[in-house]
Design a protein around this ligand. Structure first.
Ligand SMILES: Cc1cc2nc3c(=O)[nH]c(=O)nc-3n(C[C@H](O)[C@H](O)[C@H](O)COP(=O)(O)OP(=O)(O)OC[C@H]3O[C@@H](n4cnc5c(N)ncnc54)[C@H](O)[C@@H]3O)c2cc1C
Ligand code: SF4
Length: 345
């Protein structure tokens, strides 16, 4: 029986730990927060795309499966401070003072939400009715759509896409992959709860990839009347009547547009985990140029990093969906067990 260390208890890490345990091996799961579940639980996501299931139910099932499995030891509120040894024979020192001997390590340490105060001209932190997608999801989960400033029902809500993604000016070149779909879905949820509210989505391009196109993009437009505006946003300011003015250029008709809104939502992207430099140092792995964990090789060393015996999965590698993070967690579990086995023989 092998013991594998899994770092991070989000969708990727929960999947890795469950697959190791269900294959008859042992997993030691180390999570720095006091709860398992990763971003969907810690940030209070509402209904997930594409399943439509509430995050607390879907990810809650994953947490239960891991916490109830006798082959998994969970350390919450804990970090790994030191890793010695090599594949087949690592010793990890945990911040709770414990030492664990493991054959391989899986880094499922995820991402950090982009903080929109880094885009000050778009009003976050200045106006109470400018929110992030996670805050708007929490409002949806509460069952009532209202302006935080005074509780009125919003006549118009807009969602600005690519906030902290595809923006070279602020050093975020990547596409965060899921926010177009999440936003098209959020627009439908807002309309469902508040039929009198009109929802606009300002976009550069729409990337509801694969099977998400008709289920989210077209459905949001055709059935829920979400208005998609291709635009470049310049700034969000206050109007004299206490509403928010979104100013920019409609890039299809090439004209300036200024529309008043009651709530403006920033579809925030996925930054590299702010702790990645520390993680790279403790585990001796490389980072790629944006600061995500580097892959060793794409085709024959699935889920590998630059150090043998250490794997990664999910958003630790770059912006990723939950479904793909779960698949990568399972793939990393198989690779880690296979490597541990071959190093022992
Ligand atoms: C606004 C928004 C909405 C989204 N909605 C959806 C959706 O509806 N459907 C979908 O498929 N995807 C969605 N996503 C993407 C989704 O959040 C990610 O796919 C998913 O969270 C990735 O899982 P993960 O386990 O790789 O990382 P995370 O969820 O980030 O989990 C990483 C875990 O590791 C822990 N950790 C980090 N560093 C350390 C450390 N040093 N030591 C120990 N533990 C550590 C963290 O506390 C966390 O628990 C959304 C993303 C955003 C930004
Ligand atoms: S998924 Fe859509 S909103 Fe998110 S960064 Fe990519 S293009 Fe922008």
């Amino acid at each position: 029986m092998k013991t594998i260390l899994v770092v991070g208890g989000g969708p990727a890490g929960l999947s890795a730990a469950a697959n190791i345990a269900e294959a008859g091996h042992k997993a030691v799961l180390v999570e720095k927060e006091d709860r398992l579940g990763g971003a969907p639980i810690l940030s209070g996501y509402a209904k997930l795309v594409p399943s439509g299931e509430w995050a607390k139910d879907a990810i809650g099932r994953m947490v239960d499966r891991v916490e109830k499995h006798p082959n998994v030891t969970v350390h919450k509120g804990t970090k790994v401070t030191k890793l010695d040894g090599e594949v087949g024979d690592f010793t990890a020192t945990l911040s709770n003072g414990e030492e664990v001997k493991v054959s391989a390590v899986i880094l499922a340490t995820g991402f950090t939400h982009f903080d929109p105060v880094n885009k000050p001209e778009w009003g976050f932190g200045t106006f109470p009715d400018v929110l992030t997608t996670t805050q708007m999801e929490q409002m949806v989960a509460s069952g009532k759509i209202a302006c935080p400033s005074d509780g009125r029902v919003p006549e118009r809500v807009c969602i600005l896409l690519c906030v902290g993604s595809r923006d070279r000016q602020i050093g975020r070149e990547w596409c965060s992959k899921i926010c177009c779909t999440v936003s098209a879905n959020l627009a439908m949820e807002i309309k469902e709860l508040s039929p009198e509210t009109d929802v606009y989505i300002y976009y550069m391009d729409i990337r509801t990839f694969g099977l998400y196109e008709d289920r989210f993009y077209w459905k949001s437009q055709e059935e829920f009347k979400t208005k998609f505006v291709k635009a470049r946003i310049a700034e969000v300011t206050a109007s004299p009547d206490g509403r928010l003015l979104v100013k920019g250029e409609d890039t299809l008709v090439k004209r300036p547009i200024v529309i008043p809104f009651d709530i403006v939502v920033h579809a925030i992207g996925m930054d590299p985990n702010v702790e990645n430099p520390e993680i790279a140092n403790v585990f001796g792995v490389g980072l790629e140029k944006h600061g995500y964990i580097d892959r060793a090789e794409h085709y024959t060393n699935t889920c590998g990093t630059t150090r043998r015996g250490i794997y990664a999965a999910g958003a630790a590698y770059g912006p990723e969906t939950i479904d793909d993070s779960i698949s990568q967690g399972a793939a990393a579990a198989i690779r880690a067990l296979a490597d541990a086995e071959s190093s022992a023989s």
